[in-house]
Design a protein around this ligand. Structure first.
Ligand code: 3PG
Length: 209
């Protein structure tokens, strides 16, 4: 069984899914989010700057808890943790990822949207799962239905979650937090509108309160 703590998820209801297009954006973006109360930051490996951004945020942004997203294999898991990631999010799951996570003290959020995927992750020892892509996989009603057979599991839905529908997920007893990219609009980042991003973070940090 995975005995790693997922308590960090209680620090903020939303985990922004971040894709860094320019490395110089990493620190001011993270600072803007933290200033709005959003402290768990998922920096994805979707751009070439992901790993360096993780290190910069870890070293320079006080109050940030930086993690990594879009981790699809054990090598990516290792390189991201070496770069400074404190938690790991995967869109899916594999035995190699499970094994890697169980050998470390790093919390892994493996992806699952079907009962079978949920059971595979549970059997491997994971009981906090990413539910991705949430909106096309049944959304909040699907997660609510999982509360019956999988009473001990918690989900972090991501994919199609936004300010308008986040509340319907967060009101479920088996939703621990939600993830989404709506806090980090590409244009606002490109234009350095950090105040705007802090405002989006502030709104998000009040969700579920
Ligand atoms: C993810 O990786 O979790 C999603 O791509 C984020 O989905 P969103 O852009 O719909 O919020």
């Amino acid at each position: 069984m995975n005995s790693v703590s997922y308590a960090f998820l209680d620090s903020a209801p939303v985990i922004p899914v971040i894709a860094i297009q320019k490395l110089e954006h990493a620190v001011p973006l993270a600072e803007a989010l933290v200033a709005g109360g959003i402290v768990n930051l998922e920096v994805t490996l979707r751009t070439e700057h992901g790993l360096k951004a993780i290190t910069l945020i870890r070293d320079q942004v006080k109050g940030a808890n930086v993690g990594v997203g879009t981790v699809c294999n054990a090598t990516e898991f290792d390189t991201a943790v070496d770069a400074g990631a404190n938690f790991v999010v995967s869109p899916g799951q594999s035995d190699a990822l499970f094994e890697r996570a169980l050998l470390t003290n790093i919390p892994l959020l493996p992806g699952a949207v079907t009962a079978t995927e949920v059971m595979t992750a549970m059997e491997a020892g994971f009981n906090v799962l990413k539910f991705f892509p949430a909106s096309t996989s049944g959304g909040a009603p699907a997660i609510k239905a999982f509360a019956g057979p999988f009473a001990d599991l918690q989900f972090v839905p991501t994919g199609g979650v936004n300010l308008d529908n986040a509340g319907s997920y967060l009101s479920l007893s088996n939703v621990r937090a939600v993830g989404g990219s709506w806090l980090t609009p590409a244009a606002a980042i490109q234009n350095g509108q950090w105040e705007h991003i802090t405002q989006l973070a502030r709104e998000a940090s009040q969700l579920g309160a």
